[in-house]
Design a protein around this ligand. Structure first.
Ligand code: SF4
Length: 491
């Protein structure tokens, strides 16, 4: 994966709080906003140019979407085909219902090799299940080898972006981290090349000594049993080829029917993520080959909530995601709040629809329950998505579920939103009532601040002003203006 060394920035981690609270903290950090804005603007501009070169981009998007729909319709059959072909070629397939089971399987496999450490290829699936933390608690050291992931790990930090996990760190901070955590790194400066060379030397030692590697997978081909990892640095390839044992944790939705389907995704993914025409390091392997590469290969197929998402007809397309991060880079909410405010392994628009569905929220106090509201519904994410996931529609669907849950959880027939909508409906149902409401709203001028905005209202309207301002009502309503300027006008 691409690493943006030298992106200026300051990172803030937060606890397990809801998005609106964490976003407020992030919004107060103008440096963070500037840095994320600068970085996402750069990636966005490059991506637009790379996409514009493709005359058939829209056809490719449609093909990617159709392929994913086909996968979801035939998921059990394709997974069994994948299992059969991986097994036939010398691999071992394990099925994990949830993160806990997957972690246990991976730890047992590592223990069986007699090794106490592993090298890791960048993987969202293993982040999702908290594999590193689990391994650490079980006495196994996991070393991230993607440069940005290494920075995050050495900095005892959390990733803030799918593609550029250390987007919030600047060069000076990275130098400090390396100075502190790599005692044998020698004299370091803020120069990206110096920092990259230090990381290279550090990682090379790990690659040459590690007996076990853990990876994720971008794709798993049912027809052949082939797994594919798409990355930009070549560090992933070192992990995939040098150790004796390779353990791959793959979300079940990553299966594709045939090898030729990769042709579509290998055009969509690099242009959408790193704005490259062709991906620099695409590693593919099929089972085990005597004397060449890892001699033991395990594939852990991870559900962890995916079948729950699959069962929801409207929410299901969230599983089509190919983790390109294009939706993050165009999202005005992500740009202003940064990745940590989402508090989820998958930040940005895709995180707002995927995380609550994977975990299944437990109501309005669950931090994930606030994620579907972390969007302006502007539609930019849908426009950018290479597999045409209609994120805004899924957001609205999940919001409706939250409102229903709120009603059920509180044992009430109407939520706060219902009451507000009913009141608005009543006021708008007659010209007289509407005129009266307009007059009443005019009183809002008395509580507006010097900036001509109303930022605090009493309950229940405080639920609205907790995360939004309301403009001061005008001195004259439209009807008053009409009556004043049109002869015979009637309000
Ligand atoms: S939802 Fe679409 S744009 Fe966002 S990361 Fe996934 S594939 Fe990329």
């Amino acid at each position: 994966m691409t690493t943006f060394l030298g992106t200026p920035g300051v990172g803030n981690l937060r606890g397990d709080e809801s998005f609106p609270k964490a976003a407020r903290t992030a919004l107060a950090d103008s440096q963070l906003r500037r840095n994320i804005g600068h970085a996402t603007h750069t990636i966005r501009t490059k991506r637009l140019a790379a996409v514009a070169e493709c005359d058939d981009w829209e056809q490719l998007r449609a093909a990617g979407s159709a392929l994913k729909q086909d996968v979801m319709a035939r998921l059990p059959e394709l997974l069994e085909q994948l299992e059969s072909n991986v097994t036939r070629r010398g691999g071992v397939v394990h099925w994990a219902r949830d993160g806990e089971e997957a972690n246990r399987i991976v730890a047992d496999l590592i223990r069986a090799t007699g090794s106490g450490e592993v090298v890791k290829v960048k993987s969202m699936a293993t982040q999702e299940i908290g594999l590193n933390e689990y391994l650490e608690a079980n006495g196994i050291a996991a070393f991230e080898t993607d440069l940005a992931e290494l920075i995050v790990q050495l900095g005892h930090d959390k990733p803030s972006h799918i593609l550029v996990p250390a987007i919030h760190r600047n060069r000076a901070e990275i130098r400090e981290i390396f100075d502190r955590e790599m005692p044998d790194a020698g004299e370091l400066t803020d120069e990206p090349r110096v920092l990259a060379m230090a990381a290279r030397a550090h990682l090379r030692r790990k690659f040459l000594t590690a007996k076990v590697a853990v990876s994720g997978a971008n794709f798993g081909v049912a027809e052949t049993g082939t797994l594919a990892v798409v990355e930009s640095e070549g560090n992933g390839r070192m992990c995939l080829t040098l150790p004796q044992t390779l353990i791959t944790v793959m979300g079940i939705e990553k299966v594709v029917p045939s090898f030729t389907d990769l042709e579509v995704f290998m055009q969509l993914l690099p242009r959408s993520s790193t704005a490259e025409r062709m991906n620099p390091y695409t590693s593919m392997w099929t089972g085990v080959h005597p004397g060449d590469g890892p001699q033991e290969f395990h594939l852990v197929l991870l559900d962890n909530g995916r079948t729950r998402v699959l069962a929801d007809e409207v929410g299901r397309p969230a599983l089509h995601c190919i983790r390109c991060s294009a939706c993050l880079n165009v999202c005005p909410v992500y740009e202003r709040t940064g990745g940590h405010a989402y508090g989820s392994v998958y930040p940005g628009p895709i995180g707002a629809i995927l995380s609550p569905q994977l975990t299944g929220t437990t109501g309005h106090n669950d931090p994930n329950a606030s994620l579907p509201f972390a969007s302006s519904l502007c539609g930019a994410c849908f426009e950018a998505c290479p597999v045409r996931i209609d994120i805004p529609t899924i957001l609205v669907h999940l919001r409706a579920q939250q409102v229903d849950q709120e009603r059920t959880g509180r044992g009430v027939l109407f939520s706060g939103q219902d009451l507000a909508m009913k009141a608005a409906g009543w006021a708008m149902a007659g010209a007289g009532r509407f005129a009266l409401a307009e007059k009443a709203l005019g009183a809002g001028r008395l509580i507006a601040g010097r900036d001509h905005r109303i930022s605090a209202l009493p309950w229940p309207a405080s639920k609205w002003t907790a995360s939004r301002d309301i403009p001061e009502p005008p001195a004259e309503t439209f009807r008053q203006w009409w009556n004043r300027t049109h002869e015979g006008g009637r309000g």
